[in-house]
Ligand binder design. Structure first.
Ligand code: ATP
Ligand code: ZN
Length: 294
């Protein structure tokens, strides 16, 4: 049994850069050569397998890789279209490459809602997810399976609508299409199989998961510092989002003001800062947190 942990990643595309960057933030040192299929991590016993995203769930399920990073959309599609149960499941949702699998039809046309799909043709590269949606909603429509360029299908007359990934909607709009329902929300996910890892691989994987957790938490967590009038202390600390027990420090030369410092585990919006200021808080600083471990 190999002792190095093999992580399957997308070689090139919309998941690749953010996947590399997440692993780098976790302290893994590696360089990606163009055309390379394997990158060795220099400071940990980890190998990166560089693949097409569609192959990642199967690599993980068959044991050709131990774990992988892939879009949830691709994982679910492979799970639904695989002839036997695919042994690959989500360990951590990673929060990047967010997109939705949507049904879309020509703007101003006759298809405006799922109920209009009966007896029509829908072009897609996601026959599994589309099929599940259609049967759950008792819709009888024909899935036209394509390998790509799905958004062109209605204009060239091979389908009446499409089922495709959407993030901003700009591609749909450019092709005269409008989304009318979303059938799957997706983001990048870390996946593994139920197969046991060797003790060393398992130790590395645990370490990696805990570092990923730390990276994801620190992305949302901020350190806030401010000066506050003593009589508004309770109201001000109640406004600090997701902070347990802030540190209160006396300030030199005054008994009316104190300094407050706190770790906020939720986003601090401009509105919160404005509310703090209205309560008399001054010198408000919000700082990013680079690493966290609890
Ligand atoms: P490959 O050559 O690896 O097969 P691909 O062309 O199938 O690549 P990409 O376009 O790179 O795939 O998209 C990879 C994944 O990124 C998608 O499966 C989805 O999870 C996510 N994704 C797709 N479109 C977007 C988008 N517009 N914004 C963010 N993430 C997206
Ligand atoms: Zn792909």
């Amino acid at each position: 049994m190999t002792e190095r942990l093999r992580i399957a990643l997308q070689k090139k595309g919309r998941l690749a850069e953010d996947s590399f960057s997440l692993l780098k933030k976790c302290g893994l040192k590696f360089s990606i050569r163009s055309g390379g299929l394997l990158a060795r991590v220099k400071n940990l016993p980890v190998d990166l397998l560089l693949l097409r995203d569609d192959d990642i769930p199967t690599f993980v399920a068959t044991g050709a890789a131990d774990v992988g990073i892939v879009g949830e959309n691709v994982l679910v599609e492979e799970q639904l279209s695989s002839p036997s149960k695919l042994d690959a499941d989500i360990d951590i949702r990673l929060g990047f490459s967010r997109c939705r699998l949507c049904l879309a039809a020509p703007s101003g046309g006759i298809i405006k809602s799922p109920g209009d799909l009966n007896g029509t043709r829908i072009a897609t590269t996601y026959p599994g997810v589309l099929g599940r949606y259609l049967s759950k909603n008792n819709i009888t429509a024909k899935a036209v399976e394509m390998k790509g360029a799905v958004e062109l299908a209605p204009s060239i007359g091979i389908a009446d609508s499409i089922c495709d990934l959407v993030s901003s909607g700009a591609t749909l709009e450019a092709n005269g299409l409008a989304a009318f329902v979303s059938i799957l929300d997706s983001e990048a996910v870390l996946i593994s199989s139920s197969r046991a890892l060797s003790p060393q691989q398992s130790e590395i994987y645990h370490k990696l998961c805990s570092r990923i957790d730390g990276v994801l938490k620190s992305a949302e967590t901020k350190y806030i510092m401010l000066n506050a009038p003593v009589e508004k202390l309770d109201e001000i600390t109640a406004l600090l989002p997701g902070s347990d027990s802030p540190t209160i420090i006396p300030l030199a030369g005054t008994e009316k003001l104190v300094a407050i410092q706190a770790v906020c585990t939720e986003n601090i919006f401009w509105e919160t800062l404005e509310d703090l200021k209205a309560l008399g808080a001054r010198a408000i600083l919000v700082l990013p947190i680079e690493k966290m471990m609890s």
